[in-house]
Design a binder for this molecule. Structure first.
Ligand code: MN
Length: 220
């Protein structure tokens, strides 16, 4: 999916999808890592994005994990962006899910191989519509939550990010020029767990928005 709609009309033509790993201390700890290690970046294909509502259960896994995340959309090109200039490069925000084939990721970690196929396939990034700063401002605190079949699985606060949104934009732009249409998934709070076919998944970020998905039967 290459065109991500804004809630108020229009759409962003998506280019790259960057993701931040271990950006909430409690999630780093639940994955067995030292919470003092700095976060890092990986990527998904733009074709991973889907508005759902049905998200097929992907092949080659029996441990599909949910990771609810604040997604930041870049709206103005820039390299070496200063932290205090980051907001002027942001076109909007959405709530998304970094779906992860955790069993494949565990093998990749153990063998020091790339995470690519653990993190990216068609449908690996369910996402809600974009909300522009003119609509919601630049939320830097507020509850981020994921429910499965009505039960809360993940709950955190945007204020608990290790790297703030502005720091993420600045840091990533030191490595490569950010382009209009790039998305950044900013990491997940604690509580990641497995999904199965038929699960109803609700995600919400206070002051940003919400979305609902259902995990469909295995894709072919
Ligand atoms: Mn993630």
């Amino acid at each position: 999916m290459n065109h991500l709609p804004f809630a108020t009309g229009g759409a962003l033509e998506v280019r790259r999808v960057f993701c931040v790993g271990r950006n909430y201390a409690e999630h780093a700890k639940e994955m067995g890592h030292d919470a003092r290690e700095p976060p890092f970046f990986f990527a998904k294909s733009a074709e991973a994005l889907t508005l759902g509502p049905e998200v097929p259960y992907p092949p080659m896994t029996s441990d599909l994990h949910h990771e609810v995340e604040l997604v930041v959309a870049i709206g103005r090109d820039g390299a070496d962006i200063a932290v205090d200039a980051a907001r002027s490069h942001i076109a909007g925000y959405a709530v998304g899910i970094d779906l992860t084939r955790r069993d494949l990721q565990a093998v990749a970690k153990k063998q020091a191989r790339p995470w690519t196929l653990a993190k990216s396939w068609i449908g690996a990034a369910p996402i809600g519509t974009l909300h522009a700063p003119s609509e919601i401002g630049h939320p830097r605190r507020g509850r981020i939550e994921l429910k499965v079949n009505g039960a809360v699985r993940q709950s955190g606060d945007l204020a608990d990010m290790i790297w703030s949104v502005d720091e993420i934009v600045a840091e990533l732009s030191r490595y490569d020029r950010l382009l209009t249409g790039d998305l950044i998934m900013t990491g997940t709070p604690a509580g990641v767990a497995a999904l199965v076919a038929g699960d109803q998944v609700e995600v919400a970020i206070e002051a940003v928005g919400q979305a609902r998905f259902v995990i469909g039967p295995a894709s072919s």
